[in-house]
Design a protein around this ligand. Sequence first.
Ligand SMILES: Nc1ncnc2c1ncn2[C@@H]1O[C@H](COP(=O)(O)OP(=O)(O)O)[C@@H](O)[C@H]1O
Ligand SMILES: [Mg+2]
Length: 328
Amino acid sequence: MNVITVEHLFKAYGPVVAVDDISFQVEEGEIFGIVGPNGAGKTTTVECIEGLRFPDRGTVTVLGLDPRTEGDRLRQEIGVQLQEAALPDRIKVWEALDLYASFYPRTVAWAELLEQFSLAEKKEAYFARLSGGQKQRLFIALALLNDPRIVFLDELTTGLDPQARRAMWDLVRQVRDRGKTVVLITHFMEEAERLCDRVAVIDRGRIIALDTPRNLIRRLGGEVRAIFTVAEVAFTTPASMVMSTAPAIAAPSPAVVDRVRQALAGVPQVTKVESAEGEVVVHGQGTDFIVAVVTRLGAAGIYPQNLRTEQATLDDVFLALTGRKMRD
Ligand SMILES: Nc1ncnc2c1ncn2[C@@H]1O[C@H](COP(=O)(O)OP(=O)(O)O)[C@@H](O)[C@H]1O
Ligand SMILES: [Mg+2]
């Protein structure tokens, strides 16, 4: 069952077209991701769905309601964590919950939310004293106060360290596991890939792809990369000496990359050889990709060091679709 239907949504701010003919549906119980670079139109899109902004054109239906005319009823059914959320510094955690609870005719007991979000011992703490992760946990708790059917989380983990971010991912999954639909807006591709059942990739106000993360990545043909450094001395020295001299590993010179490229020429599993951020990157596909690469390099006297492999990611999908990199 669809809980959100967006059809031909369009919104401009003066000459700036923020959302340019976007259509999609969100199914009940899924974590639906809206991902894309800063300025892509993500927040504008969801705030039109939440009834906080008004589209120029197009229709939005949320749980059978029109956010334009039935915003008050809609806000009883949805939970919103705004990208620009803020609370007064001197409000205490419990006071914030109590205040927000007063906005709704029906709420869950907020003491349980404090427990669930590990904020119980911070109950008396001032908002300003909370860590970034604690603030964000409080904002999710506030978004869940009215026991909403749909929860919108906009850039929930921006500004958090990797550990706090991962902890937040677990909380988002818990929210979904309680039967709620989650709309997750993020410019972190990894976050969308890990969390979302389906992802709409937005760029410049348009949806450029919409599918499960796995299907989006599969479209790239299941690309694999081998990434490694090469000790330059290995080219002129027998293997036995390379092992013992432990040469300094420098960024690959064009000559090194050329040498790798030559060694791998004609290997069917290999599609591209390049250097990136001080390492050699070999692109290709197939389950025997790594064996083929290492075998051929070894035969040419090239000994990859610090070798690791990477599978294609949503970042690659974005690059393949737009020709541009998504940067944090
Ligand atoms: N209130 C506003 N007034 C004018 N321009 C805006 C406003 N909100 C967003 N924009 C512009 O609309 C575009 C999309 O913004 P936004 O929806 O916030 O994107 P995102 O959330 O993907 O970063 C950007 O170019 C942004 O500068
Ligand atoms: Mg935004």
